[in-house]
Write a new protein. Structure first.
Ligand code: HEC
Length: 254
């Protein structure tokens, strides 16, 4: 019984090897395909004609208005290096070129600080626009880290109003925009260098908006601001005899 079984096994092995060959063996005849191989699939070959599209080409031209990223195409100066770098409203601008502070945020091997562009209302408006487009989805319109993505489970978004970020060097923020940081992706190919600085200027505005001191206001304008504040904070006049609001905590003397 066992003898017959062994003979059957040996015969089966011989037949199998005769039909399929040894593993790794080169064969001249077409291999048997039990399932269709992935190399056979419906596709267009590169630069080949096709009757599927009206223009007879399989390759599709880029969508109108597509801008090449990160390099200049001769004759199509979309990211023209000749655009003055402080022309903040021009959509033209470079992504990353050069190793200076303007392009890297580094001074030597340290993060530098200070904005390398003139800080004008225009620059801040541009920064606000770019921030709203690129950053607000996560960091929130006021920079509190409560953008829409935080409602869908993105955790740990930086809140710019923490001291850590108030004190962070401009160059380091520049680097975060360029290269990303942990779960935050890089914006090197989306936000031009000058727009990164415009965004940083706007982040500083957001920070100041939540943490300003009277000393930050030019001395000749402090008086006006203080008067305005007094008027707004004036307690509402209540007719005598009306019951006062319950106070759970004693008012702190300021
Ligand atoms: C998809 C969500 C998302 C977007 C969009 C986004 N960020 Fe962030 N960002 C994060 C998260 C998450 C962190 C926290 C990363 C960490 O600390 O691990 C972060 C951290 C930062 C930090 C602090 C980095 C550090 O060194 O601690 C800065 C500064 C920052 N983002 C600026 C920006 C700017 C400017 C933009 C727009 C150009 C932007 N982010 C767009 C998610 C985002």
């Amino acid at each position: 019984m066992i003898k017959n079984f062994l003979i059957a096994c040996i015969l089966l092995t011989i037949v199998t090897i005769a039909l399929l060959g040894f593993q790794g063996q080169r064969r001249q005849v077409t291999a048997i395909e039990f399932f269709g191989d992935m190399k056979r699939q419906s596709k267009f070959r590169f630069q080949k004609p096709s009757s599927f599209f009206a223009d007879g080409r399989a390759a599709r031209p880029p969508v109108d208005g597509t801008i090449p990223m990160g390099y200049d195409i001769p004759g199509h100066p979309f990211q023209n290096s000749e655009v003055p770098k402080d022309d903040i409203n021009s959509p033209l601008g470079e992504f990353s070129a050069g190793t200076d502070y303007f392009n890297t945020g580094k001074m030597g091997d340290q993060w530098g600080t200070g904005l390398p562009l003139p800080v004008t209302t225009e620059l801040l408006r541009r920064g606000q626009k770019e921030f709203t487009i690129n950053c607000a989805v996560c960091h929130g319109a006021t920079g509190q880290g409560n953008g829409i993505t935080s409602k869908y489970g993105l955790l740990g978004i930086a809140n710019y109003h923490q001291d850590k970020y108030r004190q962070m060097a401009d160059g380091q923020i520049f680097n975060t925009i360029t290269h990303g940081f942990n779960t935050m992706m890089a914006y090197a190919d989306k936000v031009t260098v000058k727009d990164r600085w415009a965004i940083i200027a706007y982040i500083r505005v957001l920070q100041k908006s939540q943490n300003a001191r009277i000393e930050d206001v030019p001395p000749d304008q402090r008086g006006a601001l203080e008067n305005e504040g007094k008027q707004q904070n004036m307690p509402e006049q209540k007719p005598p005899g009306s019951s006062p609001e319950p106070q759970t905590q004693p008012k702190q003397a300021r």
